[in-house]
Each structure stands twice: as structure tokens, then as C-alpha cells.
Design a binder for this molecule. Sequence first.
Ligand code: AVI
Length: 327
Amino acid sequence: MKTTSTKFQSAFEEDVYKGLISFPKYLHSKYIYDQKGDKLFQQIMDMPEYYLTNCEFNILQRHKDAIAEIIGEERGKLHTNKGFDLIELGAGDGKKTKILLKHLVDKNYDFKYLPIDISQHVLDELAASLNVEIPRLNVKIQQGTYFKTLENIADYSERRKVILVLGSNIGNLMHEDAINFLRNIQQAMSPDDMLIMGFDQKKDPQKILDAYNDPAGITEAFNKNLLVRINRELDANFDVDNFLHWETYDPESGTAKSFLVSKIAQRVHLNKLELEVKFDAWESIHTEISQKYDDKVVEWLAKEAGLSIENSFKDRENYYKNYIFKR
Ligand code: AVI
């Protein structure tokens, strides 16, 4: 567990400080997501260039029958209680999940939906919309971070568990962190449980670059929201116009990287951290990775985390895959 040193009042302060005094400079993408960042990400998901959302939507639409059969099947004898709990990590607005939920309810599967999200507001809105759209659904919302909630999973889930992580969120982690993430989930699973997770696939590099570099500048605003947030919360004076949003994709490693590049030599003050940061002209801050995968890499990650691939479902163009794992 991470501890915050006494010099800092929060992990945010410490991480920003460490990232900006490093060479090369970096900032963690998780800090993009304040209220404004959440809204910008919603807009990204609606952009035509950001194919990931539609692909996963289509996969769930096309394969809901097969997915329901796999997750609804009673196999192990471990759980005497029939039925299952569908636990979604980072549920958000549940737009994609609702396809599966509607189908499971229509087919009378015995299950409860347990969405977990960091934001209580998001969860309240999700619960209200589900109440109207799928009134027969049994829902219990859980506010918290993935791992805190997973650690206490036994407190609220007594049945077989199907854990759902959509949106290729794992892609924002380097492989080592992705393995730890999967291992944490694996440790919360019993042998009868399943994990369904989305992984964006390697594809035409141009398609990937376009998804992270839209002409409307929404992704740019999303990336620069890191600086806007630092200005507000750490009393800093970043001029966002002095930075360029820059995206790269390495087809060998499958890693898309976002940067903010300083257009000029400049000094920025973060008063709350008593820090002055000096940028040379064209110096970069690395802000995000969005990893793209193939079956070999997903198999390797799964094996390292003690999981095995049970099945996988892809969209028509092979852009994206949802894998079902068991331990
Ligand atoms: C949340 N995550 C999976 C998104 C991605 O594709 O890496 C975040 C994002 N960054 C830029 N556009 C979308």
C-alpha cells in the first residue's frame, strides 16, 4: 500500500512532484479524471474516431447469447447458492453493460448486478437509469476503488462471481502493473468465478493514431486537463497553449503514448509544492499509455497472473476483443 510522505498532503501532490522533477518528465493519466476529465472522456467515447466504444458495444450486441450461456452456466460445486453476482469494476454510465443486463433479465437468469465505481454521483445516476430501463434488474451499487472493494468482496457477494471490466482500461497500465491488476482480481476469484475483460487489439497504426488525435481537439483537451487540474489544485501557472498534445504508436510493442510537449523554453511555478519546473523548448511530459494487444500478449499476461483464457469474442473487423478468464 502506498504511503504519502509528510512533505505532501496527498498522493496526487507527491506523484506530480516526483513526475515533474524526473528526467524525462511524466504525469500519471489517472489524474486526468476530475469532473471535467470525466466529461471529456464521455465526449471521447462518443467521437467517431474513438472506435473502441462501438467495437465493444457491437461485441456485446452480437455475442450476448453466447456470453450469457457461458457466464450463466452452473458448473462448479463450490457455491451452493444458485445464480451469480455480476460485479462490474468502473461501471461508469453502464451504456455497454446494459445490453448484457437486458439480455440476462429477458432470459430470466438468476443474477444480481453489483456496479463498482469511484464516483457516487455516477453510481446514483446509473441506478436511477437502470430502474427505469430494466426495472426487473436486481442492483446493488458499491462506491469505492477497485481493489478496496474487491478485497471486501466476500462481504457483499456470496454467490458465484462474474467480474466485468470493460473499455480496455487495462491498457492504461504498463505490463507489470497490468499483471498486478489481473493478479489482484485473480486473488478475489474462486475456481467457479469468471472475469470478462476488454482488450483493444493491434491494428493499422493510423487507425490508432486517429483515435488519440481527433481534429476537434477533444483528446488534446483531455490530455491538457492534467495541467488545468494542477493549476487549480496546486496553485500552478501552466499556460496550456504553450504545450502541444502529441501521440505516438509503436507497432512493435503495441504501445500508444500521449505526451505534452513544451513549445518554448519556460518556467512553471507550482506554489503549493514550492516547486519551480524548468522546461527546455520541445521537452516532453509523458502522460498516458494506451496499450494495444494480441492473443499472445493477453495469454502471457493471464498466465503471469494465474488466469487462463476460457473464451474470447471479437468484433467484425478484429479491432477489439473481450476475453473470458478463469483461474
Ligand atoms: C480509459 N482508457 C482506456 C482510454 C484509452 O483509450 O486509453 C483513455 C483515453 N485516452 C485518450 N483517449 C481515451
